[in-house]
Design a protein around this ligand. Sequence first.
Ligand SMILES: Nc1ncnc2c1ncn2[C@@H]1O[C@H](COP(=O)(O)OP(=O)(O)OP(=O)(O)O)[C@@H](O)[C@H]1O
Length: 256
Amino acid sequence: MVSLALDRVGARYGRRQILDDVSTPMIEGGALTALVGANAAGKSTLFRRIAGQLHGPGTVRLTGAGDDDLRYMPQDTAMSAALTVYESIILALKQGGGSWRLSAAELAAVDDVLRRFSVEHLAHRQLPELSGGQRQAVSVAQTLVTRPKVVLMDEPTSALDLYRQYEVLEALNRYAEDTGAVVILALHDLNQVMRACTTVMALAGGRILATGPTLEVLTPDLIGKLYGIDTRVERCSRGCPMMIVDGPSHTAATAS
Ligand SMILES: Nc1ncnc2c1ncn2[C@@H]1O[C@H](COP(=O)(O)OP(=O)(O)OP(=O)(O)O)[C@@H](O)[C@H]1O
């Protein structure tokens, strides 16, 4: 089983300290973990630090996976290359080098990821012709084609319609279950978090404010602290917990 833990991790841009002493318990693979926090709280910075794109104090401990097994999908992914979706996924698969030939297993991996994320019908479309939501779904497929054991995704559903949000989160959940991968998603939609993610890490002021099982961590009290918003949790007609937003509170302590 794959797991990831952070021990007193820090990060800065120039003199500006963004993350300070970020520590987490062991995050186990096989299910989705959400990273939540206000705008500018440092979620992308934490992903860059875990992915090795930024350096700083502290330790990122990976168990059952090496640095090569990690993929980070940033918030904005470039899709201007004159490639088809199919070609772009092959390119993502071959990014680590090796033979230019495609083995039967690699061809199967490309087919699998196209099917998992329902982008088969786009296989022969050019990347620059895709809509924003199509681009995002393709980007998820590119990220997962190598079957990474540690996956960090920055707002992977922000451009998707309601049905596609549900579909992509379900597919990500199945991916985590099938591969045992650690999959961490930065998400702003807390209803998506409640529906899809088993564990939550909440970031504020450059530190982890809370981490643990979703329904235990995402309390109205914590949400008030993170976003300055009053909320309550109710159940939808199918029994799924839902966050109802009542409005701004006056207890905000969000990151600068
Ligand atoms: N390349 C950079 N150089 C300098 N400062 C940066 C850089 N990238 C981000 N920052 C700053 O670091 C802080 C954290 O930004 P980050 O993108 O990590 O936040 P975030 O939680 O992902 O935000 P959002 O929810 O808005 O995407 C912000 O104050 C931002 O201005």
